[in-house]
Ligand binder design. Structure first.
Ligand code: ACO
Length: 162
């Protein structure tokens, strides 16, 4: 089992994984238009943290780091159907936080959570109260009325993964 983070860099193996992740999002996020999912997963300004098991993608999180603003927007998050509620979603989020802090220099995440995923995000440290100053994110992430805006502060020192 391994956790990796890639964007569309043209490396064959990474592309196979990104396509696998795009297919998981397509199934697990039925309200999202498929073209929109492909566009963001393949967009070079987005990155995807993925769980890989036996060279297959089990799930992942696609996000856009806004490095100058020091926050990231989580666009999609899903684990394949038969592997949910086994702890992968939590481990994935921990890897994302560690990577975003140590590689991108981010301090916060924002996401529009689906109603049925709010419980998952709360367990990952997200809140419905937005503490981040509005001028740091307004105009960067677009309004989307299919979800609830949630925020997570990344601890500056915590070791999220071993
Ligand atoms: N609602 C409430 N609690 C949940 C949910 C949920 N939908 N999913 C998981 N949890 C809980 C688990 O019970 C667990 O609690 P525990 O620590 O007390 O046992 C905890 O959250 C973590 O569970 P994991 O096993 O780590 O979560 P999992 O691997 O299943 O991943 C995920 C969670 C990503 C939400 C997965 O269930 C999934 O893919 N769901 C369908 C797609 C989805 O809803 N994605 C999020 C949409 S919003 C967005 O993409 C921005």
């Amino acid at each position: 089992l391994k956790f990796v983070c890639y964007s569309n860099d043209g490396v064959d193996e990474h592309m196979v994984w990104l396509i696998g992740l795009k297919n998981i999002f397509g199934r697990q996020l039925p309200n999202m238009p498929k073209e929109y999912i492909v566009r963001l997963v393949m967009d070079r300004s987005h990155k995807s943290v993925m769980v890989i098991r036996r060279n297959q993608v089990v799930g992942g999180i696609t996000y856009r780091p806004y490095v100058s603003q020091k926050f990231g927007e989580i666009a999609f998050c899903a684990i394949t159907a038969d592997e949910q509620v086994k702890g992968y979603g939590t481990r994935l989020m921990n890897h994302l936080k560690q990577h975003a802090r140590d590689v991108d220099g981010l301090t916060h995440f924002l996401t529009y959570a689906d109603n049925n995923a709010v419980g998952y995000f709360i367990k990952q440290g997200f809140t419905k109260e937005i503490h981040l100053e509005k001028d740091r994110w307004q105009g960067y992430i677009k309004d989307y009325d299919g979800g609830i805006l949630m925020e997570c502060k990344i601890d500056p020192k915590l070791l999220y993964t071993d």
